[in-house]
Design a protein around this ligand. Structure first.
Ligand code: SF4
Ligand code: SF4
Ligand code: SF4
Ligand code: FES
Length: 567
């Protein structure tokens, strides 16, 4: 029998075959600092802040790469380790110009924490990258080279995870730099996965929280906020809640505390999206329209189609996305009901997504020259605002989102996970085709073939005697596997981020596959607990769609078009 034991700081611990020293230490509550290590990627050993001393070895070893071996004796905080780690950190600070005053990462910053832990002078060495540029990708993502510590996680995120290859390394040694590729055939799709995996916020969302604060100070404006389904199970992580814990009502209260005038839940708008999209699917089937129909609520995927496969534009559903539906309904139906001029309403979306910043700014979204959504904040930006305003999120009293845009179904909530948009549409398509009297059994409500974190999910669903061939792509990289086989499908969901929006580029850091699983489980719990689980049963959503029809606003508010993008 193997003696799978190692000693860390003179105490014995078990380890599993193949486990690293870092993993054994972390599992047992022994803190070792890390920057470049990320469970989604292979080990790169670039930052060297995780060094430890292994008895019998000449130099120090990086604990993120050193595999535990029987009898190994490790010191994680000897004088030698601390001295080397401190020096490595000071060298890293020389690469990372401190812009802490304006950095939304300052409450979470590992670098600042380590500087405190190791009593470092963060400007021992000069800011040698001070003059390097900031690269801005449309209005969504930016990469500040003057803050980059060369860990290369963003390059892995863009190439290995997403298969986009937009970022590359230029130069060698001290002169190396992460830059957007010079290859004009490659384009950033704004997914923000680079930002989600950057340990020091050099790659990040382009912030809009200052704009929102400014709007909230303007007495003439009604500032309305709407939050995406997935935020309810992710934002709690930034305030000490377990991964996947449902904190919807605390989230609503935090938004009120921040000073938003009205708080709406995008899960309601997701029900509207489902009504529109399921209706279009049934119409395409009946009228033999362009098939397979493909989802379009993920703007990262839409960007991908417009750049890389514009021949698929006719396949995309014309249905707008939930945030655009929500904003449109607020500035038409709700504005009328409240008797306010839509020009005086500011709509802010809280999204798990960086690409949604660009989607909201697309001029073809305008309804009578007014954009439905004015600003998009990521989950991280919202967490920052809550912390900056000293709001004690965990202790907030719970409160519910405002009505009439507050009633949502479980089918709206599951939009946040891979397969959720598909499952939501299938529930409604089935309900419409088989009739409201057919009993809604678990089998009819839960489409397990579209759930889970496999790269590509394929299933056949029989609705009213007809077989629908379904494909679900989890992570943009995998669309390439399906494109040669499109004629084998009737309906395809594509989500750019692994796991869907729950793993989106604007979500809390860290986000990893394991964390994504827990967040998705939270969404399904919320769905199962909902009294109504089919969007077609959401009476307020149906009423609003009818109101838009009566007021000849259906086309402008609910549908859109896409364009071949050559820039
Ligand atoms: S936003 Fe996405 S596509 Fe753009 S550089 Fe980052 S990872 Fe690559
Ligand atoms: S931008 Fe961030 S993730 Fe990319 S190499 Fe620099 S520090 Fe690492
Ligand atoms: S999967 Fe969600 S978070 Fe990611 S790009 Fe698409 S909409 Fe944004
Ligand atoms: S975390 Fe181990 S080298 Fe960076």
């Amino acid at each position: 029998m193997l003696n799978n034991k190692i000693k860390i700081n003179n105490k014995e611990y078990d380890f599993n075959e193949g486990e690293t020293v870092l993993s054994v230490a972390t599992r047992n509550g022994i803190q070792i600092p890390t920057l470049c290590d990320h469970p989604d990627f292979s080990v790169k050993e670039n930052c060297r802040v995780c060094v430890v001393e292994i008895k019998g070895e000449h130099g120090l070893s990086t604990s993120c790469s050193a595999k535990a071996k029987p009898g190994m004796e490790i010191q994680t905080n000897s004088d030698r380790v601390e001295k080397s780690r401190g020096l490595n950190l000071e060298m890293i600070f020389a690469e990372h110009i401190e812009k802490c005053a304006t950095c939304i990462w300052r409450f979470e910053c590992k670098l600042l924490k380590y500087a405190k832990d190791y009593n470092l002078l963060i400007n021992t060495f000069s800011d040698r990258k001070g003059k390097r540029p900031v690269y801005r990708f449309k209005n969504a993502v930016e990469l500040d080279s003057s803050q980059c510590i060369d860990c290369r996680n963003c390059v892995d995120a863009c190439s290995v995870l997403q298969g986009i290859d937009y970022l590359e390394i230029k130069g060698k040694g001290r002169n190396q730099e992460v830059v957007p590729t010079a290859d004009v055939r490659k384009h950033c799709i704004l997914c923000g996965q680079c930002a989600l995996h950057c340990p020091v916020s050099a790659a990040q969302e382009q912030p809009n929280w200052q704009d929102v604060e400014r709007e909230m100070k303007n007495d003439k404006k009604i500032v309305v906020v709407q939050f995406a389904p997935s935020i309810r199970v992710s934002i709690g992580e930034d305030f000490g809640f377990d991964h996947g814990e449902i904190v919807t009502e605390k989230l609503v209260s935090s938004l009120r505390e921040l000073g938003f005038d009205y708080v709406f839940d995008v899960s309601f708008a997701a029900d509207i999206t489902t009504l529109v999209e399921a209706g279009e699917l049934l119409e395409r089937i009946e009228k033999k329209g362009v098939m397979p129909m493909m989802t379009s609520c993920c703007p990262g995927w839409v960007n991908y189609v417009e750049y890389y496969n514009p021949e698929l534009i006719p396949n995309l559903t014309t249905s707008r996305s939930p945030q655009i539906h929500g904003g449109g309904v607020i500035k038409t139906y709700w504005a009328k009901k409240m008797n306010v001029d839509p020009k005086n309403i500011v709509v802010v979306s809280i999204m798990p997504c960086t690409a949604k910043k660009y989607e909201a700014s697309r001029e073809e979204m305008a309804i009578n020259n007014i954009l439905p959504v004015d600003y998009v904040l990521t989950t991280r930006e919202l967490s920052f605002m809550i912390k900056k305003n000293n709001i004690n999120f965990a202790n907030l009293k719970e409160s519910k989102a405002d009505n009439p845009l507050g009633d949502y179904t479980g089918a709206g909530v599951i939009f946040g996970g891979s397969g959720g948009v598909m499952e939501s549409a299938l529930r409604t398509a089935q309900y419409v085709l088989e009739g409201p009297k057919a009993k809604l059994t678990k089998k009819r409500l839960e489409f397990n073939g579209v759930r889970g974190l496999e790269d590509v999910k394929e299933t056949v669903v029989t609705i009213a005697g007809k077989d629908l061939r379904i494909g679900v792509v989890n992570g943009i990289k995998h669309i390439k596997e399906l494109i040669p086989r499109l004629n084998e499908f009737d309906y395809i969901e594509v989500m750019t981020c692994p796991g869907g929006c729950i793993g989106g580029g604007g979500q809390p850091i860290p986000t990893s596959k394991e964390i994504v699983k827990k967040r998705i489980a939270g969404l399904y719990r919320d769905d199962t607990n909902s009294k109504i689980r089919v969007s077609a049963q959401n009476e307020s959503a149906k009423e609003i769609v009818e109101w838009l029809e009566d007021n000849k606003l259906t086309h402008k508010t609910l549908h859109t078009k896409y364009f071949k993008n050559l820039d």
